[in-house]
Design a protein around this ligand. Structure first.
Ligand SMILES: Cc1ncc(COP(=O)(O)O)c(C=O)c1O
Length: 472
């Protein structure tokens, strides 16, 4: 069995190294042939086993020819990074060790405490011992943060929500903007808060949540007897990479005694770019910060992280230690499973450690800075193009724009831009995705790959232009 594994694993390494080396020479993405799709969808459960060597071959023939496209330097879709080679090694080794990183005295648990601290140091967030944990992604980090915020607010009202449930609470009101990621609404719905009690506060033209509009809304809501408890700021919105005025939000939350959650899933690491850094002032004053190593850092999926200022808010919300789990090797910090939802937890920290150790702080900073420079360059190229329109100034590494040739009427522009992202994808030379920004159909290019070149940016714009002309 072990010798089979050794030889198949060597084959797998060759296969995957070839795959990674060949990525940039192939089309970014192509629709799957119907027969290949059908074969995967209807594959029967095998009655008998298969040799490991044959499994490696099947990965080569059935999976690797049809990738999502992230990994290619002209993949600009959603927020999906190329996998860092060190992170791939970390994932592989973690699967071989296969602990549950819930707690106990084994390497994975202690490594997680260190890498969470490293992540906090990178983005400039204070890190009390036990002040964070790795999660499946930012959606899960947000659920954990909003649960802690809800329970703190409930405790202030004299309600033990863990015992009595949300029915014992008046509606708790949270404040977001139209640019806040949908995972916040999911969390509010899931935690019984009701999306109706998430108030959408106005933004300025660029998409920053307006602190004065928030102040005014809090005043009227309190006068109406409502119970505000949470403000969500963005450290990089998904549509356009916009960073809210976090210092103003932190001031307001301190005055009003509200929980400030910052969503840095995509953008928190943008703080490492010297040009962008000052936009993040105040991030360190949030009660909680969600960020995603599986985005800008290129840690292989899945890996999110939640950082909090007050560790007891997390432990008070989630700790539930049945007798069979009593064991504390963490010097009073307890198990990670006392700070979040998962009980059996994967060894995520190894791929984070490997990715960060391979690049070092300087390597991560250089990559993030390069992506931001590329985004500013793309923004300039869009502004100079007579048939393209930049929809908001570039703040981090996402560029939102639309195809807007002179003379086209509003109905045509709408129709063309709705279809533009997919039309570019299908042409195979670049991959960009669509969105709606300030009510306008747009595409947005997210730069997460420091190996992207200026030529790649030119190809992206050529493709948008060519697809736009076809659609007209
Ligand atoms: C700004 C922002 N917040 C939250 C999320 C959700 O993160 P995840 O997909 O890791 O759950 C995303 C995903 O793209 C995002 O861009």
């Amino acid at each position: 069995m072990t010798s089979d594994f050794r030889s198949a694993a060597h084959d797998a390494v060759e296969l995957l190294a070839d795959y990674l080396e060949g990525l940039s020479a192939r089309e970014v993405w192509t629709p799957m042939p119907a027969a290949a799709r059908e074969e995967l969808l209807t594959r029967p459960l095998p009655e008998d086993g298969t040799e490991l060597a044959a499994l490696v071959e099947a990965i080569g023939s059935d999976v690797l020819p049809y990738p999502m496209g992230n990994g290619h330097p002209r993949f600009f879709g959603w927020v999906n990074a190329a996998p860092a080679p060190a992170g791939i090694l970390g994932s592989f080794a973690a699967a071989a060790v296969n602990p549950s990183s819930a707690g106990g005295d084994h390497a994975d648990v202690h490594l997680e405490r260190s890498v969470v601290r490293w992540l906090a140091e990178l983005v400039g967030f204070p890190h009390p011992a036990g002040g964070g944990l790795l999660t499946s992604g930012a959606s899960m980090a947000t659920i954990v943060a909003v649960a802690a915020a809800r329970n703190r607010a409930a405790a202030e009202l004299g309600v033990n929500v863990r015992e009595e449930g949300v029915a014992a609470l008046p509606p708790l009101v949270g404040y977001v903007s139209a640019e806040t990621h949908s995972c916040v609404r999911k969390a509010a719905e899931l935690l019984g808060l009701g999306s109706r009690h998430l108030v959408t506060v106005a933004t300025d033209a660029a998409g920053h949540l307006d602190p004065e509009a928030l102040r005014e809304r809090l005043r009227t809501d309190r006068a109406a007897g409502l119970t505000p408890f949470l403000v969500v700021g963005s450290a990089g919105t998904v549509n356009a990479g916009v960073v809210d005025d976090l210092a103003a939000l932190a001031d307001l939350c301190a005055e009003e005694k509200l929980w400030l959650h910052v969503d840095g899933a995509y953008g928190a690491f943008g703080r490492l770019d010297p040009v962008s850094a000052s936009r993040y002032a105040g991030l360190e004053r949030a009660d909680s910060l969600a960020l995603d190593p599986h985005k800008w850092l290129g840690v292989p999926v899945d890996c999110g992280c939640l950082l909090v200022r007050d560790t007891e808010q997390l432990r008070g919300t989630f700790s539930l230690v049945p007798p069979y789990l009593r064991d504390d090797a963490a010097g009073g910090l307890g198990w990670f499973s006392e700070y979040g939802i998962e009980q059996t937890r994967p060894f995520r920290s190894l791929k984070v450690w490997a990715t960060l150790a391979a690049a070092g702080r300087s390597g991560v900073t250089a990559d993030v800075t390069r992506c931001c420079e590329l985004a500013r360059e793309l923004g300039r190229m869009v502004e100079e193009a007579p048939d393209l329109e930049l929809l908001t100034p570039v703040e981090t590494s996402i560029v939102a724009f639309r195809y807007a040739p002179a003379g086209a009427d509003a109905e045509t522009l709408h129709r063309v831009n709705v279809a533009l992202g997919v039309a570019v994808q299908e042409r195979g030379r670049a991959f960009v995705t669509g969105t709606v920004l300030n009510g306008q159909e747009a595409v947005r290019a997210c730069l997460l790959n420091a190996r992207t070149t200026e030529d790649d940016l030119r190809v992206l714009l050529e493709e948008c232009r060519a697809a736009g002309q076809d659609l007209r």
